[in-house]
Design a binder for this molecule. Structure first.
Ligand code: ME8
Length: 560
């Protein structure tokens, strides 16, 4: 499938599937809201095209096994699954509560996902892209990972008789250990990955540009001489763990002594979530993702491992693969995702908000206290730049809440008072709807409102959410200023000017209301209901048509 061919397949958006090792925090809600904003925006742009939005939970691996053991005091498989069921539901409830319009709630513990993982594994094993390799290194049981020689140091307790080594990073004890593992030939895809990213501009491949650069640089570095003791950056990766250490996961096909590594398992959710292997790309499954949204913490997995696995899926046997050029590898690949939006993190006192640090903001509490749309608005307005980490602040949340309430809510009420409506009617009787806008503030506002959809669309298509919201707020700010300047409620204001001002204001509210639909869906619906716009007049396309306001019964209601 080439990009031009697949404009009619469902538009497919994915968010990461979260670890249900603890309850979600604002960071998780944030990624979900971003996914939902793009899904709703896409539906608004092209109502005839289905949009799929995948969200869910990543339930295998050591992290979950340990969290379940801690919470339930045992690591029986049934207990671990019950633990996952419970927490996955908490994530799902959060998605529902925040109006995330997901179409797939995917869980890695489902049978259909396991089938997909086994299918991919067998394909890559049979073709020789997965092989058995010996793995040797410093292993920490506490951290459940291998360290390289440069990452360990002698501990203070070490003696010549009983030498003892620890990880420099965590201080946990390490032991030299050797085992066989299944390895994936990531290194075979270096040239194809490099070509894939060098032929796709940042805005088409990895947004933001700085994240694109970090991947490009990593790959270039991978070609250079390796630092002694360190594996090269695109070295083959271990994709299994001995069952004796990790039993909570999918057993390796034909080798139950090994469990599939959690990231290899998790990345395949994007395929299994739309029916792979039952549905192939030529069907209407939605594959490949048009947009994947992730935090910068998991960029390497999505920008390097996933495309390499997809390339391997489409490749011939490894023995014949050597003669294939990078362009052929890309052309034969199982279709690659189109765009990867990589956002920065929410911090608390400039430290990453994270479950393990324990400095998290409870999303449910914020949604209940401030309202769903207010929280969504804040996340998009302040977190929509993606480049830099943002510190969570309730003061900022309140400030932006007031911005929306005043610029949108109060503005709406000011324009729909009974007296203003009656005076506008008098003005309409006098001049009729052919009347041209005359007051400079109304002329300027009308121009900005007319341009708003195009400006918003350009920003949204470039994945610039904060800029899109910023533009809407700027126009609403201008509208508020215009009505204050004109003061249509004053006795000296002629009915014709009242009519013109109200008409301009209703056009502003309609346009802003439609542009805001992906961001604050409930508030927009309330506004568009109150403006008496039928569903067919709430589409993006309808923005270019005029609404005969004098025929509409506009109701002044409180939006917040
Ligand atoms: O990494 N600010 O799951 P996870 C913004 N299961 N976003 C944040 C955040 C923060 N402080 N903290 C978390 C995993 N996130 C894997 C993913 S995908 C096949 C497997 C968001 O529960 C952000 O999207 O640790 C980040 O990438 C994700 O949660 C990590 O969630």
């Amino acid at each position: 499938l080439t990009r031009s061919q697949d404009t009619k397949k469902p538009y497919y958006i994915t968010t990461p599937i979260f670890y249900p090792n603890a309850v979600p925090h604002i960071g998780h809600l944030y990624t979900l809201v971003l996914g939902d904003i793009f899904a709703r925006y896409q539906r608004l742009q092209d109502p005839g095209r289905p949009v799929k939005l995948l969200v869910g939970t990543d339930e295998h691996g050591m992290k979950i096994q340990q969290a379940a053991a801690k919470a339930r005091g045992c690591s029986e498989q049934a207990e671990v699954l019950a633990f996952c069921d419970e927490l996955s539901e908490v994530f799902q409830n959060l998605s529902k509560k925040a109006n995330i319009s997901y179409t797939v709630y995917a869980r890695t513990t489902r049978q259909e996902h396991r089938n997909a993982v086994e299918h991919v594994w067998r394909n890559l094993w049979e073709k020789g892209f997965i092989y058995k390799g010996d793995y040797e290194g410093w292993y920490s049981i506490t951290d459940e990972c291998f360290y390289t020689t440069t990452q360990v140091t002698e501990s203070a307790l070490s003696t010549p008789e009983t030498p003892e080594y620890i990880s420099k990073e965590t201080g946990s004890k390490v032991e030299w250990s050797k085992e066989y593992n299944y390895m994936f030939r990531l290194s075979a895809f270096r040239d194809a990955l490099l070509q894939h990213y060098s032929t796709n501009k940042p805005s088409d491949a990895i947004v933001t540009p700085s994240q694109y650069n970090s991947v490009a640089l990593q790959m270039l570095a991978a070609g250079e001489t390796q630092v002694s003791g360190e594996p090269p950056l695109l070295a083959d990766i271990s994709i299994s763990r001995p069952r004796s250490r990790l039993n909570w996961g999918i057993p390796v096909p034909n080798d139950p002594e090994h469990t599939v590594y959690v990231w290899f398992d998790a990345l395949l959710i994007y395929l299994s979530g739309v029916g792979y292997p039952g549905l192939q790309a030529k069907d209407n499954s939605g594959w490949a993702p048009n947009l994947q949204i992730i935090g910068k913490d998991i960029l390497r997995f999505h920008s390097l491992y996933l495309p390499a696995i997809l390339m391997a899926l489409g490749a011939p046997k490894y023995a014949e693969f050597g003669t294939q050029t990078a362009s052929e590898t890309i052309a034969n690949s199982y279709p690659l995702p189109h765009r990867l939006l990589t956002h920065a993190h929410w911090t608390v006192s400039h430290q990453k908000m994270s479950k393990s640090v324990g400095n998290v903001v409870d999303p449910v509490h914020s949604l209940e206290k401030y309202g769903i749309d207010i929280v969504r608005f804040y996340l998009a307005r302040v977190g929509g730049r993606f480049r830099d980490d943002v510190d969570w602040s309730f003061e900022q949340l309140e400030k932006h809440s007031k911005e929306l309430q005043s610029y949108l809510g109060n503005y709406f009420l000011r324009n729909t008072s009974a007296r203003l409506t009656a005076n506008a009617e008098l003005g309409y009787q006098e001049v009729g709807h052919q009347h041209a806008t005359s007051h400079p503030s109304n002329v300027e506002l009308s121009r900005r409102v007319y341009e708003l959809p195009t400006v918003v669309k350009t920003f949204m298509d470039n994945l610039e959410i904060a800029e899109a919201v910023g533009e809407m707020i700027e126009v609403l700010g201008l509208a508020n200023k215009a009505i204050t300047d004109i003061a249509p409620w004053s006795k000296t204001c002629s009915p014709v000017l009242v009519y013109e001002t109200r008409r301009t204001a209703l056009d502003t509210l309609r346009t802003a209301g439609i542009c805001l639909r992906p961001f604050v869906p409930e508030t927009s619906e309330r506004l568009l209901d109150a403006l008496a716009l039928p569903q067919e007049e709430r589409t993006w396309e309808s923005l270019s048509k005029n609404v005969p306001w004098h025929e509409r019964k506009v109701q002044g209601v409180r939006l917040f």
